[in-house]
Design a binder for this molecule. Sequence first.
Ligand SMILES: *Cc1c(COP(=O)(O)O)cnc(C)c1O
Length: 384
Amino acid sequence: MNIPYNKLYLTGKELLYIKEALEDGNIAGDGVFDPRVCDFLERRLPGTSVRSVTSGTHALELAVALAQIQPGDEVIMPSYTFPSTANAVMLRGGIPVFCDVDEETLCMDLEDVEKRITGKTKMLMPVHYGGVCCPMDRLVDLARDRGLVVVEDAAQALGSTYKEKPLGTWGEMGCFSFHGTKNLVSGEGGAISIRKPNEDLLEKAEIYRQKGTNRIQFIKGEVSQYTWVGEGSSYAPSDLLMAVLYAQLEEMDQIHKRRSSIYHGYQQQIRPMVERGLLRGMSTIPNNVTSNYHNFYVLFHDGSTRDRVRQRLQEQGIGAVIHFVPLHVSPMGAKLGYAPEDLPITKMAGDCLLRLPLYTAMTMEEMMQVSKALLEALEHEYDR
Ligand SMILES: *Cc1c(COP(=O)(O)O)cnc(C)c1O
């Protein structure tokens, strides 16, 4: 068997669009494909303005800069995330405060969030793990009551909704990734959505993204030359990458439909294993959420069983992989003063979670082979 964890899916239009971008002659940022990408995303993220950036990480850095996080400001985020969420805050001198996650979604546990709010808290950063989320209406209400900004790490969540409202449109800003491992890819790339009305933030974002210059005003013909007008960095992606991304976005709905079939196939095969007590749990889509089916995971009762089963699947050519080392458990988390037991559900997820192969072109037969191999490995472990 050779069923990798992830496999690049091409729609077939990528080379055509790259050629178009090359022939147009502007392969730096803000070429012909960039507005097509942003228009598409704005239609899918109503009530926001969207700008492309060079990565999901840079979208997070830009959002934290725009939120004017100052040294000493506290930002609450789940520990169960990628380091970029915390780095974006630390690069401005802010302090990431890690909260625990809810066992059903592995997203922020809002009761735990509430306990961690102090006079220094400025912002909440929910992470939409695997394309699902915590109750976003409650989170936004909590933020409003306490005067906090919400920036969504929606790196994995383009196309998902909560109560029919897209993820990435609930907070002041949303951050998306088109990294080669996500559902829709440009290779490296990202986007930021900024909720309307947003004139002030949007102008700052455009300046920041273009190296602190008003180049965007120049491109629009509003000024005759461009110059340094503020703080900034280089976050505009090459139009070659936007050409690839546009080809992918055009097939977004078909891509999510294919992933949905695999995801629901897994749920059907694996539910009996959970019911028999062979597993602690599996990916679920909570009430009020529609998912983009970014990943599918199972939870084991303990870490050593997880590691042995993973090994067994790997030996059969099945690319089952663990996910985040929780940030509070990492060497950097220890430096920030956390002990692994501080966030028990997060620690459990770090120890016991295994992601199964899920990619757009995966067949139902491959999904069945993985499920069967998992069942065999579990029966071997528990000798039944
Ligand atoms: C992928 C990811 C990022 C980083 O995005 P890049 O485009 O790789 O920089 C940040 N946060 C989460 C939750 C992610 O999954």
